[in-house]
Design a protein around this ligand. Structure first.
Ligand code: ATP
Length: 525
């Protein structure tokens, strides 16, 4: 542990017997090494040596038994103390696009490591220090400005250690040197232990206090003496890909059988994931928001996504169609209508009112909400996952369930009945209009009396069966929210994975909604 010039405390990073495997390949044999406090350590290694894997492990983003990655050993601060916070400046920055630069930094300040201590400086002071415009939307910032904002956000959260992931990637030599100078200046000003993971040794070795080589031959992190730094490039060999086994072309029957097996495995995977999700949901949904005001901010975002103005237009259109069709065609295609209509008109209106209120509008509304809002939320969460914003939340000390799942569930529990209500209001209005146009000789109050005949509730102001309608809405809302969230939050390696998660959400949410209506219909009637 070391005190910085500004009086802050920075921690060393101690690796104890860190052992990393990816699939059947060992990336790192058990390694124990200390990355000194308050210094810049540069970790270099050839392409494919495992720098990104090690960086994510150091940042606490990889569980010990991931899908393909396994690691053991421990990572602590100085003298074996637990690390409280490891910050990371992501290669693609992982900024929160929907927030201004100022609010990106404020988010980090509000979730800083020790909130009993005053923040090191205000969000505006951080942006001034790192020369980031405060009002320009994040998406409109230049690459360099985004990187400086990412550094400001990471430091504002008051981490013990700051990791930089390939900070010069994609930059020309001059810009790379500026970034290196910025890292050095920031480190000197704030005294944080800084670890730079890179393959760009030429630009970043000049600012290093220590250098570690991730040696892919020896599978070790090797501390390099300054005298040996010059020879590092010769030892940074790209890792050859695994030689492919030579196989004969599979026959059509083999291909089909393999595809069948894959489809079966996919189906089992999806079903297994759905069961696990259902079991986990109550635990994940406990609202443990670190800051209520940020929770409300995320809730507003998701309420707008789920039940904003464009969703109202959907439900109004749906209500118009189902209300008009239900009323118009019932009377138009009534068999022997000249004779039967005078006898049945009252009962038919009551049946239309009942069907619209209890079945047609709820089914139509929830299917639309599942497809439209489920897809919107899966896309939102999927992009946050793919763009590392979910990782950024985690390294800022926030569980993604707190600010994503809980607000998403709340938005659907509020939004689904609200949108359904909008659909029903429209449906009953168009039903009245259709009836009035088709039966100009009948008094308007006739419709009013008979449309609601099956919905009268003697004891209360609300309609009969409202609890069933609400139950369907809330059950569908919770299911859509959970499917969209868990599909979106799964690891994403490509934009294709995001798109696949949106498609899967639409398929599963609509199926779920139909299942809810099917099951509730048995209990209800
Ligand atoms: N989630 C994963 N599943 C399977 N293999 C993985 C996974 N992540 C990394 N790998 C493999 O682990 C090895 C190390 O990858 P890593 O991305 O850490 O390399 P790197 O040193 O960062 O390379 P580069 O500098 O080219 O980005 C590679 O062979 C990669 O294919």
């Amino acid at each position: 542990m070391e005190a910085s010039e500004q009086g802050g405390i920075s921690e060393a990073l101690e690796l104890h017997e860190l052992h990393v495997r990816v699939g059947s390949r060992t990336l790192l044999e058990p390694t124990s090494i200390t990355l000194p406090a308050g210094k810049i350590t540069v970790i270099v290694g050839g392409s494919g040596a495992g720098k990104s894997v090690v960086l994510r492990i150091l940042a606490g983003l990889t569980p010990r038994h991931d899908d393909a990655i396994e690691w053991s050993g421990s990572i602590t601060g100085s003298e074996g103390r637990p690390l409280r916070r490891v910050g990371i400046v992501f290669q693609q920055f992982a900024l929160f696009d929907e927030l201004s630069p100022l609010w990106n930094v404020q988010f980090a300040i509000d979730h800083r490591r020790d909130r009993s201590q005053p923040p090191e400086q205000s969000a505006r002071q951080w942006l001034d220090e790192l020369r980031v415009p405060t009002r320009t939307p994040v998406a409109a910032l230049s690459g360099g400005q985004k990187q400086r904002l990412a550094i400001a956000r990471t430091l504002a959260a008051d981490p013990d250690v700051v990791l930089y992931d390939e900070p010069t990637s994609g930059l020309d030599a001059a810009s790379g040197r500026q970034v290196a100078a910025l890292i050095q200046r920031t480190q000197q000003t704030h005294g944080r232990t800084s670890i730079v993971v890179t393959h760009d040794y030429e630009t970043l070795l000049p600012i290093a206090d220590h250098v570690l080589l991730l040696d892919s031959e020896r599978r070790q992190l090797v501390a390099e003496e300054p005298g040996d730094w010059k020879s590092i490039p010769d030892r940074m060999q790209p890792v050859a890909t695994e030689p492919r086994a030579i196989t004969t072309e599979p026959t059509l029957a083999q291909t089909l059988s393999a595809r069948g097996r894959l489809a079966a495995v996919d189906f089992m995977d999806a079903t297994g994931a759905a069961i696990i999700t259902a079991i986990r949901l109550p635990w994940d949904a406990i609202p443990r928001m670190p800051r209520i005001r940020w929770g409300l901010r995320f809730l507003t975002h998701y309420l707008n996504l789920v039940a904003g103005p464009s969703a109202w237009i959907y439900l109004i259109m749906a209500g118009l169609i189902v209300g008009f069709a239900g009323t118009h065609f019932t009377f138009r295609y009534l068999p022997f209508s000249v004779y039967t209509k005078p006898l049945l008109i009252e009962d038919l209106l009551a049946a239309i009112g009942f069907a619209l209120y209890r079945i047609l509008v709820p089914v139509m509304a929830t299917i639309l909400i599942a497809a439209r809002c489920g897809a919107a939320v899966a896309a939102d969460v999927g992009v946050k996952r793919y763009g590392s914003q979910v990782d950024a939340l985690q390294t800022l000390g926030v569980r993604p369930t707190a600010y994503l799942l809980v607000p998403i569930l709340a938005a659907f529990v509020i939004g689904t009945p609200l949108l359904e209500w909008v659909g029903f209001q429209t449906a009953q209005w168009i039903s009245m209009l259709t009836f009035a146009i088709n039966h100009p000789q009948i008094n308007a109050s006739f419709w009013q009396v008979h449309f609601y005949a099956q919905l009268q509730n003697e004891d209360a102001w609300f309609a009969a069966g409202v609890s069933w309608v609400l139950l369907k809405n809330v059950a569908c809302g919770i299911g859509i929210a959970a499917i969209a969230y868990y599909r979106g939050i799964r690891p994403k390696r490509s934009a294709g994975d995001v798109s696949e998660s949106i498609t899967a959400t639409v398929l599963w949410t609509t199926l779920f909604v139909l299942l809810v209506h099917f099951v509730v219909a048995f209990l209800e009637f």
